[in-house]
Design a protein around this ligand. Structure first.
Ligand code: GMT
Length: 375
């Protein structure tokens, strides 16, 4: 198949899923065309089946808000026509689903029909999409998509709850490539971070408000008071300065390292003992799955789709949003006993295997085939 993928090219989860999916589809022999405003963070164009088409938005002095959605729709028309694509798969409803709808209408005037699959990732439904500013457009473009997928059962329910949706939404979860995300021998790195054999806790995110990254620092301060430990904070974003200040205020800054954005996250996860995800909202929690694949158990909140990934008492523990004491207590419980920690690590990997790429990829391929056949 010739597949067009539209996504945000940043380190965010939806961009990562879209990029990894495109790469895997290319490996399977499909031709994959990424259409976005920057080359996606994890996209290496070493495959003959991968293509990247940049969307450029002209900046006229007249425009306070350059119209990206129109530029994207025009680029999609161009790419579908000239690359003869079979299907468009847009990740994150805003503004990708409506741009694809517009492109589809324009393409019809050239006698070209193309089906559109929209994948809902989370905040496009729970936060941004649900805002009155966008709601009618999001609702309309989901209903006009030929296929709709959501990354968890919880997100599917939220979508039906927040919007008037007449379409069937199919759950296709996030996935993990275990050939990349697996425990790597990085003992020298572990020794450098934790020279006295301290336990290593880790958090990776984009530090947006919704991640509650300050709670990571608060949880760590409680763990650190009981267990010799270090904390690695991976990623960058809005809340990082507050986290740095909080670590100083709580007197733990000498045990916390802010590593910024990292490409080889799997290497950092490989030296880690526990992953913290105290998010306010999380449709799936891809970062936690990446940790589990590297044998790192997870202490998280019980929000959104997290209970579909993190299994209470098996791969880690889940507590209410904001329950810093509860999450710290469970983190200590896992870390204080070597045998128990080893068991949680095994369980984390075992459960991550159920989300292996090879189980999920055929579900997307089947979806593409269905929308093409039903057009
Ligand atoms: O969580 C983020 O800040 C990034 C966000 C995105 O849209 O890129 O991630 C969402 O999509 C991921 C991939 O499907 C999910 O694993 C994340 O749980 C989801 N984030 C939220 O729902 C907050």
């Amino acid at each position: 198949m010739k597949i067009g993928i539209v996504c945000y090219p940043t380190f965010g989860g939806s961009g990562v899923v879209a990029t990894e999916l495109g790469k895997a589809l290319a490996d399977r022999g499909h031709q994959v065309h990424f259409v976005t405003y920057n080359q996606p963070a994890r996209l290496d164009l070493f495959s003959e089946n991968l293509f990247y088409h940049e969307v450029t938005v002209s900046k006229y002095p007249l425009f306070d808000f350059p119209p990206y959605e129109l530029a994207l729709a025009s680029r999609l028309v161009d790419v579908v026509r000239f690359e003869k694509l079979d299907v468009l798969h847009v990740h994150y409803a805003i503004p990708h689903a409506s741009a694809a709808f517009m492109a589809k209408q324009i393409l019809a005037t050239y006698g070209i029909s193309i089906p559109v699959v929209t994948t809902l990732h989370g905040t496009d439904i729970t936060l941004v999409g649900n805002d009155r500013t966008y709601k009618p457009v999001v609702e309309f473009s989901i209903n006009k998509s030929d296929g709709v997928t959501a990354v968890s059962e919880h997100l599917k329910k939220d979508t039906y709850r927040f919007f008037d949706i007449q379409k069937d939404i199919r759950v296709i979860t996030n996935f993990i490539d275990l050939s990349r995300f697996s425990l790597k021998p990085k003992d020298h790195f572990k020794k450098a971070i934790a020279p006295e054999g301290e336990k290593i806790l880790v958090h990776t995110s984009n530090f947006r408000r919704v991640k509650h990254a300050q709670d990571v620092i608060r949880i760590f301060a409680k763990v650190n008071a009981v267990i010799p430990s270090k904390l690695l904070m991976v990623g960058d974003g809005q809340d990082r300065p507050e986290c740095e200040q909080l670590a100083r205020d709580l007197g733990v800054s000498q045990n916390v390292r802010f590593l910024g954005k990292q490409d080889a996250v799997e290497e950092i996860l490989s030296v880690s003992d526990l992953f913290l995800m105290p998010s306010q909202s999380e449709s799936f929690g891809l970062a936690a799955l990446e940790a589990m694949a590297c044998k790192v158990p997870v202490v998280s909140t019980n929000t959104g789709g997290l209970p579909e990934l993190n299994v209470e008492g098996v791969t880690g523990f889940l507590r209410d949003v904001g329950d810093v004491d509860g999450m710290a207590e469970r983190a200590i419980y896992i870390l204080e006993d070597e045998e128990r920690l080893a068991q949680f690590k095994e369980n984390a990997l075992e459960h991550a295997r159920t989300f292996e790429l090879s189980n999920i990829l055929p579900q997307y391929e089947a979806m593409y085939q269905e929308v093409i056949d039903n057009l």
